[in-house]
Design a protein around this ligand. Structure first.
Ligand code: NAG
Ligand code: NAG
Ligand code: NAG
Ligand code: NAG
Ligand code: NAG
Length: 512
C-alpha cells in the first residue's frame, strides 16, 4: 500500500482492535490422505507414491505450520468434521457415523465458524464443510451469517462411473463440481474484500472441495501427471498378519458403479480381496488425478486472495477430513482405525508467524484446529471442557497448536493422538462395537470392545472383540499385529492402560 488516506488513519485508530483481526480462509478437501508433495521425504511418516503434482498446496505448506502427524477423531466424514468443527470428541458429540447432527445427539455446541460469527466476523460456507443433508443438520445454518452455497456434481448423477476423465470439450460445456465451487469462492472473496480491508468486518470463508472423494471425475489433462507405467501397486496389498476381522471395512460399494460392473468382479470387499492389477493402477491414477485437479482449483482461490491484497491479513487453514486406503492392506476407502485412514493432512498459515514454513512431527489431533485458529486470530481463548460438557456451549477438547509455530519440537506436548471407529450399527440405534485407537510416537494400539447403553454409551473394556498393536519403529506400514507376541507383553499392558485413561491423560504437562 503506497499511501494511506487520512480518513483511513482515523478509521484505523477508531477501529484499531477490529483492524487487528485477521480474516480466515478455511479450505477443506474430502477424503484426502497426505498424498501431496509437501509430505514427501525420508522423515515422512506416510509414504507418498508417486511424486505428486500439487504445486498450490505445496506452496501453501511452505509458508505454513505443516502438521506432519495430524490424526482424525473418526475416519469417516461426518464425525471427523463434527469433531474438528466443535472441538469435541465423538464420545462428547455422540456422532460416530454419517448423517447425524451433534445438536440433536450431543449438545448445543458453539462451532468454529459460529464463534467467529459471534465475534463480529462475516461467516460464509460453501461446498462440503459440515456433512451435508438435513439429517446431519442442513450445514448448521446458525454457524453462518450468509446463506449456504452448494455446487452439484452432474457427472455422477448422469454417468454413474467410478472413474471418469472428462474431455476439455465436455468440461467447458459442463463445469465440474470443484470448478463451480472455486468460482463461487472467488466471487465471495471479491464481495467480502472491501469491508475486510477497511477494517469494517473481517471474514471467515469456508470452502469444502469434494475431491478426491469418489466418484473420481476430473479434467482428463490431470491424468498426464500419472502415466500408468509410472505407478505401482500398494507395497502391502494384503491384510496385516494377525489382524482381527473386526478391524476390517467391507468396500464392496466400490463395485456398484457402471464401469466397475464391466469387470464382472466377485468377492469385492472380502479380507485379502485384490482388484486386477491394471484396475488397481487405474484406481490409484484416478485418485491422484483428482488430487491434482483439486489442488488447481484451490490454487485459484488462494491466488484471488493475493489479487485482492488480502494475503497479509488472512489466516489460511487447509485440511483433508481423513485418510484413505488406496489398496494398502488390500483395503480401500476409509472407515478403519489404520494409520492410512486416521492420518490426514493439515496446515495453517498465519501471516507474519509461519511465513518461512514450520514443520512439526509432534502428534496432533483434528480437535486441535479450533483452539488454534481462535488463538491465531486473537479471539478470547477457550477453556478445556469439563468431563461432561453436554451443557457447556463453548469449550475445547483439543490443544492450541500456536506454540508449535515458534517451537515445532516443543517438549511439553501431548503424547498420544486418539481415534475411534464403530462397527455393527449407526451408533444411534443400539449396542455396537467400538474400536478405540491410540497413536503414540512409536506404536499404534487399538482395542475393539462392546459399547453399550444408548444414547450415552459406555465402553465395556473387559468385553474385548479384538486387539491390534503395530510397532511403527519396525513396521511403519502396520503389516504385523504384535498384540499377542510375548515380547510385546509389557508394552501392550502399558498402552492398554493409557488407552483407557484416554486423551486427558496424554495432554501436555506444564513445566513445573
Ligand atoms: C443454541 O445456542 C444458540 C447460541 O449459541 C442459541 O441461539 C439457540 O437458541 C440455542 N438453541 C437451543 C435449542 O437451545
Ligand atoms: C491375508 O494375507 C496375509 C498375507 O498373505 C496373511 O498373512 C493373512 O493371514 C491373510 N489374512 C486373512 C484373514 O486371510
Ligand atoms: C461385503 O459386502 C457384500 C455386500 O453387502 C457382501 O455380499 C459380502 O458378503 C460382504 N463380505 C464380507 C466378508 O462380509
Ligand atoms: C506482506 O508481508 C510481506 C512479509 O512481511 C511483505 O514483504 C509484503 O510487502 C507485504 N505485502 C503487502 C501488500 O503489504
Ligand atoms: C444438561 O441439561 C439438561 C436439561 O436441563 C439436564 O437434564 C442435564 O442433566 C444436564 N447435564 C449436565 C451434565 O449437567
Amino acid at each position: 500500500m503506497g499511501h494511506v488516506l487520512p480518513v483511513s488513519i482515523v478509521n484505523f485508530l477508531f477501529l484499531g482492535i477490529i483492524l487487528a483481526k485477521k480474516n480466515v480462509l478455511f479450505l477443506v478437501s474430502d477424503d484426502l490422505r497426505p498424498n501431496i508433495g509437501a509430505y514427501l521425504g525420508p522423515d515422512s511418516p506416510s509414504p507418498v507414491h508417486p511424486a505428486m503434482h500439487t504445486p498450490n498446496i505445496d506452496a501453501l505448506a511452505a509458508r505454513s505450520l505443516l502438521l506432519k502427524r495430524a490424526y482424525v477423531s473418526v475416519a469417516v466424514c461426518c464425525p471427523s468434521r463434527t469433531a474438528l468443527l466443535t472441538s469435541r470428541r465423538p464420545d462428547t458429540s455422540h456422532i460416530y457415523l454419517i448423517g447425524s447432527y451433534f445438536r440433536q445427539y450431543g449438545g448445543n455446541f458453539t462451532t468454529l465458524p459460529q464463534y467467529f460469527k459471534q465475534n463480529g466476523y462475516r461467516t460464509i460456507g460453501m461446498g462440503k464443510v459440515f456433512h451435508p443433508g438435513l439429517e446431519a443438520g442442513d450445514d448448521d445454518p446458525i454457524s453462518w451469517t450468509d446463506p449456504y452455497t452448494h455446487a452439484d456434481d452432474d457427472y455422477i448423477k448422469h454417468d454413474d462411473l467410478l472413474i471418469e476423465a472428462v474431455s476439455e470439450e465436455r468440461e467447458k460445456a459442463h463445469p465440474l463440481q470443484d470448478q463451480i465451487l472455486a468460482a463461487s469462492a472467488i466471487q465471495a472473496l471479491k464481495e467480502v474484500a472491501p469491508a475486510a480491508k477497511s477494517g469494517e468486518r473481517p471474514f471467515f470463508l469456508a470452502v469444502g472441495f469434494r475431491k478426491p472423494h469418489i466418484t473420481w471425475n476430473f479434467p482428463a489433462r490431470f491424468m498426464d501427471y500419472y502415466p500408468l507405467e509410472s505407478l505401482s501397486l500398494p507395497p502391502n496389498y494384503y491384510a496385516p498378519v494377525g489382524m482381527p476381522a473386526i478391524a476390517w471395512h467391507n468396500f464392496s460399494n466400490l463395485a456398484k458403479f457402471k464401469d466397475m460392473q464391466t469387470y464382472h468382479l466377485t468377492n469385492v470387499g472380502n479380507i485379502n480381496y485384490t482388484f486386477p492389477t491394471t484396475l488397481t493402477l487405474k484406481m490409484r491414477q484416478a485418485y491422484y488425478s483428482c488430487i491434482s485437479y483439486m489442488d488447481h482449483e484451490l490454487g485459484r482461490v488462494i491466488d484471488e486472495l493475493d489479487n485482492l491484497g488480502l494475503t497479509n491479513d488472512t489466516i489460511i487453514a487447509f485440511w483433508g477430513d481423513h485418510g484413505w486406503q488406496l489398496g494398502e492392506h488390500a483395503e480401500w476407502a476409509k472407515e478403519t482405525n489404520f494409520e492410512d485412514a486416521t492420518h490426514a493432512p493439515m496446515m495453517i498459515h498465519v501471516p507474519g508467524v509461519t511465513d518461512r514454513g514450520v514443520v512439526t512431527e509432534k502428534l496432533t489431533e483434528f480437535v486441535d484446529l479450533y483452539p488454534t485458529l481462535v488463538e491465531a486470530a486473537g479471539l478470547p481463548k477457550l477453556q478445556v471442557c469439563p468431563p461432561d460438557s453436554q451443557n457447556v456451549s463453548l469449550c475445547t477438547e483439543g490443544t492450541s497448536m500456536v506454540p508449535l509455530m515458534t517451537n515445532p519440537t516443543l517438549d511439553t506436548w501431548k503424547t498420544a493422538a486418539f481415534s475411534q471407529f464403530p462397527r455393527g450399527g449407526t451408533g444411534l440405534d443400539g449396542d455396537i462395537v467400538m474400536g478405540y485407537s491410540m497413536r503414540t510416537d512409536m506404536y499404534r494400539y487399538t482395542e475393539w470392545i462392546n459399547f453399550k447403553g444408548r444414547p450415552i454409551y459406555q465402553p465395556v473394556w473387559d468385553q474385548l472383540k479384538g486387539v491390534e498393536l503395530y510397532d511403527h519403529t519396525k513396521d511403519p506400514q502396520e503389516n504385523w499385529n504384535r498384540a499377542f507376541d510375548p515380547s510385546y507383553k509389557d508394552i501392550r499392558v502399558d498402552l492398554s492402560r493409557k488407552l483407557k485413561i484416554g486423551w486427558r491423560g496424554a495432554l501436555p504437562k506444564p513445566h513445573s
